[in-house]
Design a protein around this ligand. Sequence first.
Ligand code: NAG
Ligand code: NAG
Length: 291
Amino acid sequence: MRFIHSIFLLFVGSEALRPLVVWHGINDDCAGFTSSLIAKIKTRAPDLYVHCIQIGDTPKIDYRNSLFMLGQKQLEIACARVNADENLKNGFNAFGISQGGLFLRALIQTCPPSEVHNFVTFSAPHQGIFGIPNCFKSVPAFLCRFISKSLTHAAYTPQVQKLFTPIQYWHDPLREEAYRQKSQFAAIYNNERNFNATFKQNLLKVKNFVLARNTEDEVIVPRESSHFAYYREGQGREIVNFTSTRVFKEDLIGLKELYDSGRLTFLEVPGRHMQSPYGWLEGITSDYFVN
Ligand SMILES: *[C@@H]1O[C@H](CO)[C@@H](O)[C@H](O)[C@H]1NC(C)=O
Ligand SMILES: *[C@@H]1O[C@H](CO)[C@@H](O)[C@H](O)[C@H]1NC(C)=O
């Protein structure tokens, strides 16, 4: 009986496994850190088909593009790649890591797959960032302050937006209006500039939207951004609940509808940004990537 049961599971498992689309973070590529995450997922689901979105022909170019290519341009390339993959034509589960979580959401909103079952983002800057990623580790503090100060004045000029991919999701709560009008990524896909109903309709195709964040994240500032919470407008200190943000209250991208219908899940992963998430990954693989 047990044997028959195993055979049955094997059969169902391999027949029904949805493919998984993965978008890696900044400073990474499909052959880097993300490949170790995919390997971990595969220890739980060896037969899983995984498409890691690579922007450019080689990992090296992909890595550079994660830092410097305009997010909108990356979306176009990603859309073409996903559409060209026959394995994905009936839909997929999705896993977006850090910047890749925000980008993968934008991809779903603008280049809709036929179906997205589970969409998991891990420490993604959904509401943007207001701080320099990795600054505290690799850059002297005075330089960090200088960059922050410069961004305060210049982040929303077209030249600076193009300089470095994360500046396109720089979200200055003291300059909400400038952010809405000038951000070349976050404000557009959060529907805060020109409301585009298609973005919302497409995100609502996701069956379960799972938002995970690291409890001690020091790279995504503020770390609550990964849960769609953010600084209160007009100041850079107090964090308001995601239900108090404009994106939720005006249901700009369907977040409220997802929440009200029980399709939004919030997870916390202990530790700093992307720190040894392997145990957690095994759990979410069983929960979200093999069904
Ligand atoms: C809204 O977004 C869709 C998907 O990206 C796009 O095709 C369409 O042109 C956009 N509509 C407007 C009015 O910008
Ligand atoms: C945020 O809002 C949700 C929904 O109203 C609520 O369940 C949760 O407790 C709130 N969290 C905080 C930190 O206020």
